[in-house]
Design a protein around this ligand. Structure first.
Ligand code: C2O
Length: 589
């Protein structure tokens, strides 16, 4: 008797069907599991937007926070993970959150800029930001993207490589976020709304902060100082984020050298530096290899502004302290004897020379694993002037801009007017009429010596204009600073893409000579770049992400004045080249 005869005929049939089913399931399941390993997991976060009393610089004020935390909670994910972040708005302000630098492939509804990709989340309402982190790893950050609420609503995003994938640099002993902010004693929402009414510049901040703490150079702040405690001989990865509203920052640690390994969640060719320049909207990962023996000193970690514009700026310095773990024998000694605090040397506030040298050092890895996908050919070229301008003062009012005008800012002399419904919704539902037009100028409306004597008429035009691009269009944009009112460095940020910084220079861009010098070998790949003060920068990107993508100066005051525009990228023909329909909980205006 064969073993199969153990079972009666009917059971035998069942048995073989079960075996078949298992085999069939195995075929289905195992490749799935192999995929799942790469596909990542789903991570859920809940962001309760609520007020919180916080004391800084001897004063307590009620600020908008996420979950009562300042800075806000850290988002951690691995490359390939799916994020579901439920934002519940318990404050009186409308709210949106932007996941700055996340590419949002076909998930533009989760990008976050108010009235660009969504209507804001109103008081008492919620919205689930739903997106996948694809092809990115490194440090990014999230922040409120409506009015000036990002002054206190921001936090780090840490994207780890996929499991078992190492960094292309030595594994650090510890990873530490260093997030820079800017602190006002006054209510920043009142500040910007008043400034926009009077046409003048809003007051500058009262302090800069490191991880929410101003540090020892400010009144009442010795106890509000960030401390980095290190073990001798170890290497630390500092995940630096500039979440300040209006100021580019120089950063340094006394007597220590930093190695830059990543910018804007893209690995770069490592280079050593004593000072890092980081603009609002940029992130920079640096390795800090500390001394092998604990020195008899503490070291100041300091940041202060790089400022090129005509306006007043907050000329203070934020500080943290790098402390070594002392060997047990000297610990008791040092408890009674205060260690000296060594201070770093930072560049002068207007050291454009340093800024240029620093940004030229940022180069893509350009390896087989991390190739540079810079478009070698270009389908559409744009030449954008970026800078300040003026609006006339409304009748029966006096204004605080120059000669009774209102300060404004523009791209190609168009000062962007925020619509009151979202551009992405208007586009998706074919309701653009009366919301936006697609005639954003590819070139300045009139030519002048952009970095020379400004023209007589400094008035800007206003409008809600976008550039429409076909799917997979290869785009080049030269952004030219102007000397209208005054030359100034502008950190331009593009949503939905990384771009390649193929060239930069001073004076006016020369379309005949400058393109020959473009770097198409290892250009920096980023989401925010400083347009040099009195100069230009050339970027390229592939428009492979359908949706409406905001581009703006990440100095919040310039965004408020209109230095912003949007790209409308059409769907492609393929099934994976179309914007998904909006989620059902997308907020209504
Ligand atoms: Cu970090 Cu549109 O901004």
């Amino acid at each position: 008797m064969g073993p199969s005869n153990i079972f009666p005929p009917s059971a035998s049939l069942k048995y073989s069907m079960v075996v078949l089913a298992i085999l069939f399931a195995a075929v289905l399941v195992f490749p799935e599991q192999a995929l799942a390993k790469n596909a990542g997991i789903t991570r859920n976060y809940k962001f309760n937007i609520k007020m919180q009393n916080v004391t800084r610089l001897c004063q307590t004020k009620s600020i908008v926070t996420v979950n009562g935390q300042f800075p806000g909670p850290r988002i951690i994910a691995r490359e390939g993970d799916h994020l579901l972040i439920k934002v519940v708005n318990h404050v009186k302000y409308n709210m949106t959150i932007h996941w700055h630098g996340i590419r949002q492939l076909r998930s533009g509804w989760a990008d976050g800029p108010a009235y660009i990709t969504q209507c804001p989340i109103q008081t008492g309402h919620s919205y689930v930001y739903n997106f996948t982190v694809t092809g990115q790893r490194g440090t990014l950050f999230w922040h409120a993207h409506i009015s000036w609420l990002r002054a206190t609503v921001y936090g780090p995003i840490v994207i780890l490589p996929k499991k078992h994938v190492p960094y292309p640099f030595p594994q650090p002993h510890k990873e530490v976020p260093i997030i820079f902010g800017e602190w006002w004693k006054t209510d920043t929402e009142k500040l910007i709304s008043q400034a926009l009414q009077t046409g003048g510049a809003p007051n500058v901040s009262d302090a800069y902060t490191i991880n929410g703490l101003p540090g020892p150079s400010y009144n009442c702040s010795a106890k509000d100082t960030f401390k980095l405690k290190v073990k001798p001989g170890k290497t630390y990865l500092l995940r630096m984020i500039n979440a300040a509203l209006n100021d580019e920052l120089f950063f340094s640690i006394a007597n220590h050298t930093l190695t830059v390994v990543e910018t804007d969640a893209v690995y770069v060719k490592p280079f050593k530096t004593k000072v890092v320049l980081i603009t609002p909207g940029q992130t920079t990962n640096v390795l800090l290899k500390v001394k092998s023996k604990a020195p008899n000193a503490n070291f100041l970690i300091a940041a202060r502004p790089y400022a090129t514009g005509p306006a007043a700026f907050d000329n203070t310095t934020t500080g943290g302290i790098l402390e070594y773990e002392q060997p047990a024998s000297s610990a008791s000694k040092n408890r009674t004897r205060k260690l000296t605090l060594l201070k770093p040397a930072l560049p002068r506030f207007n050291d454009t020379n340093f800024a240029t040298k620093f940004s030229n050092q940022i180069r893509s890895l350009a390896t087989a694993k991390f190739p540079v996908n810079v478009p070698k050919k270009v389908d559409r070229r744009f030449f954008f002037t970026v800078g300040l301008g003026l609006n006339p003062c409304p009748k029966n009012q006096t204004c605080q801009g120059p000669n009774n005008t209102m300060l404004a800012a523009s791209i190609n002399n168009v000062s962007f007017v925020q619509p009151n419904v979202s551009l992405l919704q208007s586009h998706f539902f074919n309701k653009s009429k009366g919301v936006y037009t697609t005639d954003f100028p590819a070139n300045p409306p009139f030519k002048f010596n952009y970095t020379g004597t400004p023209p007589k008429n400094l008035m800007v035009n206003s409008g809600t204009k976008v550039v429409s691009l076909p799917f997979n269009c290869r785009v080049e944009v030269v952004m030219q600073d102007t000397s209208i009112i005054a030359a100034e460095s502008h950190p331009l940020h593009l949503h939905g893409f990384n771009f390649f910084v193929v060239g930069q220079g001073f004076g006016n861009f020369d379309p005949n000579k400058d393109p020959a010098k473009f770097n198409l070998v290892d250009p920096a790949e980023r989401n925010t770049v400083g347009v040099p003060s009195g100069g230009w920068v050339a970027i390229r990107f592939l428009a492979d992400n359908p949706g409406v993508w905001f581009m703006h100066c990440h100095l919040e005051v310039h965004t408020s004045w209109g230095l912003k525009m949007a790209w409308l990228v059409m769907d492609g023909k393929g099934p994976k080249q179309k914007l998904q329909p909006p989620p059902s909980d997308l907020p209504k205006c």
